[in-house]
Design a protein around this ligand. Structure first.
Ligand SMILES: NC(=O)c1ccc[n+]([C@@H]2O[C@H](COP(=O)([O-])OP(=O)(O)OC[C@H]3O[C@@H](n4cnc5c(N)ncnc54)[C@H](OP(=O)(O)O)[C@@H]3O)[C@@H](O)[C@H]2O)c1
Length: 269
C-alpha cells in the first residue's frame, strides 16, 4: 500500500515561519492536517502566522536555548505531541571575506544555523520523539556545495548543518528520521539582495528557467516529513531548479556568484 502523504493528527514545530520558506512550510503542513507551532523574532508577524494557520506561536530567537525549550513545551501543552521539527530559521551574516569575519558574528551564525537545530531536536526528542518517533527536516542550502564570494560563514554553517543532519539520522534511527532540503535561489527577503536586480539573468542561468518560490521548497519538506518518505533518513534533497546540473550551454559562469561579488560586506540583504 502507498504510504500516506497526509499529516492528520501530527504536531509540528517550524522555525522562521513568519514569512518566506518557513511560512510556506507551515502552510503546507497545516493543509496536510498537522497542527503547527511557529516561531520568529517579530512578535506581530508570529501572531499573524499562528492565527492564519490556526496553530500556536511564540516569538523569540532560536539563538536562545530557553526559547527552544519553551517552544517545545508550548507544542506539548497545546497539542500533546511533537512529531515534526523543521529547522528553517537562519542568518546569512557575517557577509564578506572570512579574513575579515568578526569572531562574535561568526559564533552567532553557528549558534543560529547549527546549534539551534541540534538543541530543538534534543528538546523534541526528550519531550516526545524519543519514545514515539518523529521526523526532522533541516533547511540547508545548495550554495553550501560551492566556494562563493562573501558567503563563507553562511556556507560553512550550512555545510555543518548538512553533516549534523546525517549524524543525527544515524544516531536517532530507527525512531526519528532526519533529512534536509537544500534550496537554490528562492525569491524571499533573505536572498532579495541577490535576485532583485538580476532576476531575469539568474533565471536564464538555471536549467529549469526560473528562480524558486517558497512553495517549491515547502512541497519537498512536506513530502520528507510524511510517511511517504518513511524509508528515507540522512538524505539531502536538492530543490534548486537544476542549479547543480547547470551546463556550459545554459551557464558559462555561476551567475549567483557574479551578484554576490558585487555586494560589499556592508550591504547584504
Ligand atoms: N531564499 C533563498 O534563496 C534560500 C536559499 C537556500 C537556503 N535558504 C534557507 O531557507 C531558510 C529560510 O530562509 P528564507 O529565504 O525563507 O528567509 P526569510 O524570508 O528572510 O525568512 C526568514 C525567517 O526566519 C526568521 N528568523 C530569522 N532569524 C531568526 C532567529 N534568530 N530566530 C527565529 N527566527 C528567525 C524570520 O523572522 P524574524 O526576522 O522576525 O525573526 C523569518 O520568519 C534559511 O535556512 C535559509 O538559509 C534560503
Amino acid at each position: 500500500m502507498t504510504p500516506a502523504y497526509g499529516l492528520r493528527g501530527r504536531a509540528a514545530i517550524v522555525t522562521g515561519a513568519s514569512r518566506g520558506i518557513g511560512l510556506a512550510v507551515a502552510r503546507a503542513l497545516t493543509r496536510a492536517g498537522a497542527r503547527v507551532c511557529v516561531t520568529a523574532r517579530d512578535a506581530d508577524a508570529v501572531r499573524r502566522a499562528a492565527e492564519e494557520l490556526g496553530g500556536v506561536g511564540l516569538a523569540g530567537t532560536v539563538a536562545d536555548p530557553t526559547h527552544l525549550k519553551n517552544l517545545t513545551d508550548l507544542t506539548m501543552r497545546s497539542f500533546g505531541r511533537v512529531d515534526i521539527v523543521v529547522n528553517n530559521a537562519a542568518t546569512n551574516q557575517p557577509y564578506g571575506p572570512l579574513m575579515e569575519a568578526d569572531p562574535d558574528a561568526w559564533r552567532a551564525a553557528f549558534t543560529v544555523n547549527v546549534e539551534a537545530p541540534l538543541r530543538l531536536v534534543q528538546y523534541a526528542w526528550r519531550a516526545w520523539m524519543g519514545e514515539h518517533g518523529g521526523s526532522v527536516v533541516n533547511v540547508c542550502t545548495e550554495g553550501a556545495a560551492h566556494v562563493g564570494p562573501n558567503v563563507g560563514a553562511y556556507g560553512t554553517t550550512k555545510a555543518a548543518l548538512l553533516h549534523l543532519t546525517r549524524q543525527l539520522a544515524g544516531e536517532l534511527a530507527p525512531t526519528v528520521r532526519v533529512n534536509s532540503v537544500s534550496p537554490g535561489l528562492v525569491r524571499t527577503d533573505m536572498a532579495r539582495f541577490v535576485w532583485e536586480h538580476a532576476e531575469e539573468e539568474l533565471a536564464a542561468s538555471l536549467p529549469l528557467g526560473r528562480l524558486g518560490d517558497p512553495e517549491d521548497v515547502a512541497r519537498a519538506v512536506l513530502w520528507l516529513t510524511s510517511d511517504a518518505a518513511d524509508w528515507i533518513t540522512g538524505a539531502d534533497l536538492l530543490v534548486d531548479g537544476g542549479t547543480r546540473v547547470r551546463t556550459a550551454r545554459t551557464a558559462p559562469a555561476y551567475a549567483v556568484h557574479d551578484v554576490l561579488r558585487s555586494h560589499t560586506p556592508e550591504a547584504p540583504g
